[in-house]
Design a protein around this ligand. Structure first.
Ligand SMILES: Nc1ncnc2c1ncn2[C@@H]1O[C@H](COP(=O)(O)OP(=O)(O)OP(=O)(O)O)[C@@H](O)[C@H]1O
Length: 638
């Protein structure tokens, strides 16, 4: 056994150890924040890998976010270096993409499918398909693109076009929705495109229609782990059930029903109940909180006890850290502007060394914006951490689109995106529709024709872009060296225009992080289709500045921990939100707000500062009811 794994196992509590050593059969680790769920999951993966060195099965670990998956893989790598290649750790979507690459041909899916991650692209695709259907005499029009949201909802509930009509009270509407839905599915299939819902839906179809594929998956991956089970959607849980078939039980899930903050996306504690009904798991309850000071554990327990939508019999958290002096502070300010400058002044005063370990959490991004500005004014490096789902510099939008075009030469949407990005980079004005018409006449592929047009402009940068495109068209297999070269010269094309440089540099860092992770996920070099699918499925954020204070919405802080945590906006209609307090809101909405607050305060390792303003946007706001429910110790109230 490696020294690192041995030490990690030694550190575990008795219950943690029992969970890590759990061998066969279903298990559910039900536990609150900071009790070591991630620690248990990674130690269990490492332990199984270590004890099966001479075997060749792989472990499947499904996570809610790519970040959580990457983090888990790097922790496993530290515990058992070199063995993490025998794992598939990633999101449900990434796993489904892999299954569909390998087995999707049974459903007519080609392995080099593209993943459309932008709504605007999907809308264009549907509009195009509707127009084409109308030309062929079907009674539809491109306005019916408005059905896309409904279609998304149907797809996320695994409803097929054939079953769609039955989901509508109005028969006429049901038939319309079903028709547009079929056109959308045909367009996706004809162009070899997947959307996010489709990845789950088609893998479910595959498991259902081809039981042998599901059996093969069970054989290749005899151990399944699911992180943050409480956040899985009903469709994801159905996928697990389909893949498991009648007899497979080796599913190890970790969950916390008090941290469900995606109720609106279908997450529910009932899913945990359904898991228990279906898999009859051994239950491990972890209660010893290893992260937060005792005072924070106490107020977190007080707060969450007000929720009723919880697994019955759930034990409260137990503090294990020593009481190290005052851990909770509370501040009241006059207005939100005072709140922002007040927070900034205290963080500035605490000094440079504390900044990388300090996080400011707010219910929404809007409430964080004045704080990030105030911090910068106070001379503190600060940034709001956001998930970026697309590249923002034309350079990397172009690179992604150009490679996509190389793979799928007839994709019009990609061609338009590629042409427009190149126009921005080189300051040229090529017209995608015109080029498209010309290409057809000349018998060229779109990319080839674009390269021809761009190279004839006498523009150096356009010439370089065209050179890349030509070489890609001529020898697609050279894409690796082409990309390696482009990562050097492409960001330089941003250098002249002010402000763009940092976007391209950020995107370059994001590209490199994504490609490293895709390689680790695969355990080897991806082919072009795998690279592009992986890029579409991943966030495109540069790494955080190590010297800066980070600001998060509560949702994006989930799973993280910081020495100093500030939770701002502790006022009625801010946290809890205005929507949750409306007379027509269901009690479940207020419970979700309470869980948001619970997640926020339990990120704390050392000190927690709760703040509120008396007025927001000129309106007097009462203190958040959650302050009262937390039962803050007397001396803290100010
Ligand atoms: N047995 C242990 N002894 C000491 N520290 C531990 C132990 N188990 C976990 N920890 C530490 O406690 C903290 C919380 O652990 P971890 O992140 O695994 O919790 P979690 O249950 O996944 O939390 P959350 O649900 O809030 O994301 C981490 O800093 C981890 O290193």
């Amino acid at each position: 056994m490696t020294k690192a794994l041995n030490e990690a196992l030694e550190r575990l509590s008795l219950t943690q150890r029992q969970a890590v050593e759990w061998e066969e059969g279903a298990a559910l680790v039900l536990a609150g924040p900071g009790v070591g769920k991630t620690t248990v999951l990674t130690a269990r993966i490492a332990r199984i890998l270590e004890s099966s060195r001479n075997r060749n099965f792989r472990i499947l670990a499904l996570t809610f976010t790519t970040k959580a998956g990457d983090e888990m893989r790097s922790r496993v790598d530290e515990l058992v270096p070199g063995l993490s290649e025998r794992t598939v750790i990633g999101t449900f979507h990434a796993f489904c993409a892999q299954v569909l690459r390998q087995h999707g041909s049974h459903l007519g899916i080609k392995p080099d499918f593209a993943v459309y991650d932008q709504d605007s692209d999907r809308e264009e695709l549907l509009k195009d398909a509707l127009r084409a259907a109308a030309e062929k005499g079907q009674s539809v029009s491109s306005d019916e693109v408005r059905w896309l949201r409904t279609i998304d909802r149907l797809r996320s509930n695994l409803v097929s076009p054939a079953k769609t009509a039955g989901h509508f009270r109005d028969e006429e509407m049901g038939l319309r929705a079903s028709l547009v839905y079929s056109i959308y599915e045909e367009a996706l299939r004809a162009r070899n495109i997947m959307d996010f819902n489709g990845l789950i839906l088609d893998t479910c179809r595959l498991a259902h229609q081809m039981p042998a594929v599901a059996a093969r998956i069970r054989q290749s991956y005899p151990y399944w782990m699911i992180d943050e089970f409480q956040d899985t959607s009903p469709a994801q849980f159905r996928l697990v059930r389909f893949l498991a078939g009648d007899d497979f039980r080796n599913v190890f899930a970790v969950a916390d029903d008090d941290q469900i903050i995606y109720q609106w996306a279908g997450a529910s504690y009932r899913q945990i109940v359904a898991f228990r009904d279906r898999f009859k798991p051994e239950l491990f309850q972890l209660v010893e909180n290893r992260r937060c000071p005792p005072a924070v554990v106490q107020i977190a327990n007080n707060l969450i006890a007000f929720n009723s939508d919880r697994t019955p019999g759930k034990a409260p958290l137990l503090a294990t850290k020593p009481d190290d002096g005052p851990a909770i502070h509370f501040r009241t300010y006059g207005t939100e502007a005072d709140e922002a400058t007040g927070i900034a002044a205290e963080i500035a005063e605490a000094g440079l060394k504390t900044w990388p370990h300090t996080a400011v959490l707010g219910r929404t991004r809007a409430i964080l914006t004045p704080v990030v500005e105030a911090l910068r004014t106070a001379g503190v490096k600060a940034a709001i951490v956001t998930r970026r789902d697309r590249f923002i510099s034309p350079q990397f939008v172009w690179l992604q689109a150009c490679l996509d075009q190389g793979l799928r030469p007839t994709d019009r949407q990609v061609f338009i995106a590629m042409t427009n990005a190149a126009n921005l980079i080189a300051g040229i004005e090529l017209d995608a529709s015109l080029l498209e018409a010309e290409a057809e006449g000349a018998g060229h592929s779109l990319l080839e024709h674009w390269a021809h047009a761009a190279s004839g402009l006498g523009n150096d940068i356009a010439g370089k872009l065209a050179q890349f495109a030509y070489r890609l068209v001529q020898t697609r297999s050279s894409w690796r060296s082409l990309v390696a070269e482009a990562l050097v010269w492409l960001p330089e094309t941003a250098a002249s225009s002010e402000g763009v440089e940092s976007d391209a540099a950020d995107d370059k860092a994001a590209w490199e992080i994504a490609t490293r992770a895709i390689r680790a996920e695969k355990g080897g070099d991806p082919d072009l289709a795998e690279l592009l699918q992986g890029i579409a499925l991943r966030p495109k954020e540069p790494p955080p500045d190590p010297d800066s204070v980070r600001l998060f919405t509560i949702h994006s802080a989930k799973g993280l921990e910081f020495e100093q945590v500030w939770v701002m906006g502790m006022a009625e209609t801010v946290l809890p939100s205005w929507q949750s307090l409306q007379p027509k809101a269901s009690p479940a909405e207020l419970e979700e707000e309470r869980r948001n607050c619970f997640v926020a305060i339990t990120r704390t390792k050392r000190t927690l500062t709760l703040t509120r303003a008396e007025k927001y946007r000129g309106w007097v706001k009462k203190p958040s009811r959650f302050l009262e429910e937390m039962k803050l110790p007397e001396e803290i109230q100010r």
